[in-house]
Every structure is written in structure tokens, then in C-alpha cells.
Design a protein around this ligand. Structure first.
Ligand code: NAP
Length: 240
């Protein structure tokens, strides 16, 4: 049985591609989701990957669910903090809920889920953690003060945790995807999307698999020397 990998938000979009690729590589994969039962059940039926419904933005919910997963499937050695949401709006119109929901779901979740797993990884002397940030956390984005702040926070979280874990066989890295053709991006109006694609040097949106391939590289046993890094996968849209 391969190493157990938990992918948060693993039932749709980028997470779905990560789950499928990890499974094909021999990992024992577990996917989490928030509320779309229909999609989660269809995903599970198609892939054979078990799904667990809990809110990654809620610490007690994470503690309860992760204890159950580890009891049913085994110790989690690979964690992909992928779940994320957008609640766009300019600052002068943004509600507290828009701010808080995005920060707790995208950034809070990295603390909550990782906190549940970090001691087990330290005790076993092995772990692979990949946090999914965003090009918009690197470059900022109009109408996304909440999302850009949360994603930017993920990059700091990654570097600090990487330093704490380096001596324990645990690597912590981030991926900053550019615009990827998932439900999240399909919500962007067509005319805005056209302008975005025009700014992507490779001339297309990313595919979920483009991001999953990066995850596969970072979680490999052989990638033990790669830690604290951010891998930008964005078609050349933002280079620095
Ligand atoms: P997506 O298609 O909207 O899928 C989001 C997934 O996260 C779903 O499985 C969803 O579950 C789950 N989720 C949302 N809130 C959750 C919560 N509170 N608890 C547990 N699960 C939750 O998103 P995506 O486009 O694949 O994005 C995946 C990640 O990549 C996100 O972190 C996103 O910010 C980041 N990203 C995406 C893009 C892009 O262009 N798509 C670019 C840069 C970064 P349900 O199905 O139950 O709702």
C-alpha cells in the first residue's frame, strides 16, 4: 500500500487532478470536500477514492475528520492543502463575511489541517506538505484583497513551516498556479477571461493536470532536498 495522501478540496478542479495523478502513481489517496455531495459521490464512484466531507476552515471539524480518516485509512504522510474559495469584491464594498470566509478557508485551513497532522509526521520522521497558493497571492489582483492576502499568507506559512520541519524529514512547499480552467475560473465573465488569456505568454489557460504534475514532483520521496520553495505554474504570466 502506498503512502496515504490527503488532498483537501480533492473532488473537483485542480484537487481532482491531483488525486487522480497521485492514485495512478501508487499513493493511497483520500479526498476532502465541503458540500457538493453529488460531485463528490460521482468522483468517488469514478476513481475509487474515498471522500470525507468537512469544512477545512473549522478546526474542530478538521480534528474530528482527520482522526476518523487516520483510523480508517492509516497515518497521513502526504498533505495537499488545496481547498480554496473566492468571494470577490472591491475593498470599499467587501463585507466582513467575504473577508473572513476567504481567509479562514484558504489560509486558516492550512493551519488547521496541518496542525492535526504535523506531530504524527514529526514522530514518524517523514512528511510531504504542498500548499496551493496563487499567482494572485504573488502579484495581487483587483477585487481580491481577501483572496490575495490569504494566498500571500500561504507563501509565508510555507517558508516558516519548512524551516521548522527541515530536520524532521518533512518538506513544505507551495505551488502558485496561474489561471486554470476549473469551476473557479469559469465563474469569471467571458470578456474578463479573454483579457486574462491575452496576458498569458503560452496563450492558454492552465489545465488542472499542469498543477497536479508539480504536486507529484514535490511529494516524491526523492524530493527531500526541495523545501520552502514556491513553484509558479502560470504559463509565464508572472515571473519573479
Ligand atoms: P474549485 O474547482 O472551485 O474546487 C474547490 C474544491 O475545494 C472543491 O472540492 C470544494 O468542495 C473544496 N472546498 C471549498 N471550500 C471548502 C471547505 N471550506 N472545506 C473543504 N473543502 C472545500 O477550485 P479550483 O479552481 O480547483 O482551485 C483549487 C485551489 O487552487 C484553490 O486553493 C484555489 O484558490 C487555487 N487556485 C486556483 C486557480 C484557478 O485558476 N482555478 C488559480 C490559482 C489558485 P465542494 O465541491 O464540496 O464545494
Amino acid at each position: 500500500m502506498g503512502r496515504v495522501a490527503l488532498v483537501t478540496g480533492g473532488t473537483r478542479g485542480i484537487g481532482e487532478a491531483i488525486c487522480t495523478m497521485l492514485k495512478d502513481e501508487g499513493y493511497t489517496v483520500v479526498a476532502n470536500y465541503a458540500g457538493n455531495d453529488e460531485k463528490a459521490q460521482a468522483f468517488s464512484a469514478a476513481t475509487g477514492i474515498p471522500v470525507y466531507k468537512f469544512d477545512v476552515g473549522n478546526l474542530p471539524a478538521c480534528e474530528e475528520a482527520i482522526a476518523k480518516i487516520e483510523e480508517e485509512v492509516g497515518p497521513i504522510e502526504v498533505l495537499v492543502n488545496n481547498a480554496g474559495i473566492t468571494r470577490d469584491g472591491t475593498m470599499h464594498k467587501m463585507s466582513y463575511e467575504q473577508w473572513y470566509d476567504v481567509v479562514r478557508t484558504n489560509l486558516g485551513s492550512c493551519f488547521y489541517v496541518t496542525r492535526c497532522l504535523i506531530n504524527g509526521m514529526r514522530d514518524r520522521g517523514f512528511g510531504r506538505i504542498v500548499n496551493i497558493g496563487s499567482i494572485n497571492g504573488q502579484a495581487g489582483q483587483y477585487g481580491q484583497v481577501n483572496y490575495a492576502a490569504a494566498k500571500s499568507g500561504i507563501h509565508g506559512f510555507t517558508k516558516a513551516l519548512a524551516q521548522e520541519c527541515a530536520g524532521k524529514g518533512i518538506t513544505v512547499n507551495a505551488i502558485a498556479p496561474g489561471y486554470v480552467a476549473t469551476d473557479m475560473v469559469k465563474a469569471v465573465p467571458e470578456h474578463v477571461l479573454e483579457k486574462i488569456v491575452a496576458k498569458i505568454p503560452v496563450g492558454r489557460l492552465g489545465e488542472a493536470e499542469d498543477i497536479a504534475r508539480g504536486v507529484l514532483f514535490l511529494v516524491a520521496d526523492e524530493a527531500g532536498f526541495v523545501t520552502g520553495s514556491t513553484l509558479s505554474i502560470n504559463g509565464g504570466q508572472h515571473m519573479y
